[in-house]
Design a protein around this ligand. Structure first.
Ligand SMILES: NC(=O)N[C@@H](CC(=O)O)C(=O)O
Ligand SMILES: [Zn+2]
Ligand SMILES: [Zn+2]
Length: 343
């Protein structure tokens, strides 16, 4: 049995850092575990211009702990009205990707895209400039069952999008279904996917075990066990199309535990430990290094990190709550024992 895991210093290819006091509270956890992260733009108001992305990057760098060399990789929020010529400015500003939030799909998505065809001119500019397109892959029609929204997105949006924009690099973010895993597995080298720790570790029963558990509620929502098994197979396959993206999404505990609970699981405190548990569960610990440290930078066309991090088999108790500005934040699995520990 392996007791020490040495991994290439990893990156988080899907992360929510928020802003201001919340940003200052959560950033150190990610900066401790990861060298770089793709920072999601769904602030209020969203990050829709290159200038806003540059300003947000400055706020992140200012909030970093002394001596940290963590690097935020910036994204912009695509709207129906993002002008194609903003893409050149984004590229020059070092923005690496734009994010698709179908309007109304998830947390802070009200300014999102109402019909993807409205954005095709801008997507063409991205394809030309080599910016990536990151998609929250759920349709939002009220008549589609929430558990089917990702599978329907594959047919209604992904397939036509790929045909229209064949050389645009697309990351299908936080995939949750066997349909999405299969779609990405069978697609060409321009399509990849991130997978979260919660979708590898839990099926939808986790939301309802002994009562309603808001901290297991994220979007896309946890699915049936057969889907979790398909995600484990994809993550543990060694295929370079699948890589680590925590989707760590902090919401104050008082808002998670309210009559209407925001979507998002906060996993930044113990992300690598949670992935190690998931990979160990399927006997694929040897595949974690490439999933966490190689496939992401290779797909983004960025250098892999040098240096390593070490996980040790050592039981420890995850704090049940951590400060979040003036409020509190409850990590997924808080108060429970984890078997791996980042040292
Ligand atoms: N994943 C979530 O449930 N929530 C994310 C938004 C998102 O990634 O969809 C958030 O910003 O809170
Ligand atoms: Zn999302
Ligand atoms: Zn997210």
């Amino acid at each position: 049995m392996t007791d020490i895991l040495t991994l290439t210093r990893p990156d988080d290819w899907h992360l929510h850092l928020r802003d201001e006091a919340a940003l200052a509270s959560v950033l150190p956890y990610t900066a401790r575990q990861f060298a770089r992260a793709i920072v999601m733009p769904n602030l209020r108001p969203p990050v829709t211009t290159a200038a806003q992305a540059v300003a947000y990057r400055e706020r992140i760098l200012d909030a970093l702990p002394e001596g940290s060399d963590f690097q935020p990789l910036m994204t912009m929020y695509l709207t129906d009205n993002t002008p194609p010529d903003e893409i050149k400015r984004a590229k020059d500003a070092g923005v690496v990707a734009l994010k698709l939030y179908p309007a109304g799909a998830t947390t802070n998505s009200d300014a999102g895209v109402t019909d993807i065809r409205k954005t095709y001119k801008t997507l063409e500019a991205m394809q030309r400039e080599g910016l990536l397109f990151l998609v929250h892959g759920e349709v939002t029609d009220g008549d589609i069952d929430i558990f089917d929204r990702e599978a329907v997105f594959v047919d209604r949006v992904m397939t036509p999008l790929r045909a229209a924009m064949p050389e645009l690099k697309v990351v299908f973010e936080h995939i949750t279904t066997k349909e999405a895993a299969q779609y990405v597995t069978e697609s060409d080298r321009f399509t990849a996917a991130t997978i979260t720790p919660q979708h590898l570790l839990y099926n939808r029963n986790a939301i309802f075990t002994g009562g309603l558990r808001p901290h297991y509620y994220c979007l896309p929502v946890l699915k049936r066990e057969e889907h979790r098994q398909a995600l484990l197979k994809a993550a543990g396959s060694g295929l370079p199309k699948f890589f680590l993206g925590t989707d760590s999404a902090p919401h104050a505990a008082q808002l998670k535990e309210a009559s209407v609970c925001g979507a998002g699981c906060f996993t930044a405190v113990s992300a690598l430990e949670l992935y190690a548990e998931a990979f160990e569960g399927i006997g694929a610990l040897d595949k974690l290094d490439a999933f966490a440290g190689h496939h992401g930078p290779d797909f983004y066309g960025l250098p892999r990190n040098t240096g390593t991090v070490t996980l040790r088999r050592e039981p420890w108790t995850l704090p049940s709550a951590v400060p979040f500005g003036e409020a509190q934040l409850k990590p997924l699995r808080g108060g429970e024992t984890l078997n791996w520990k980042l040292i």
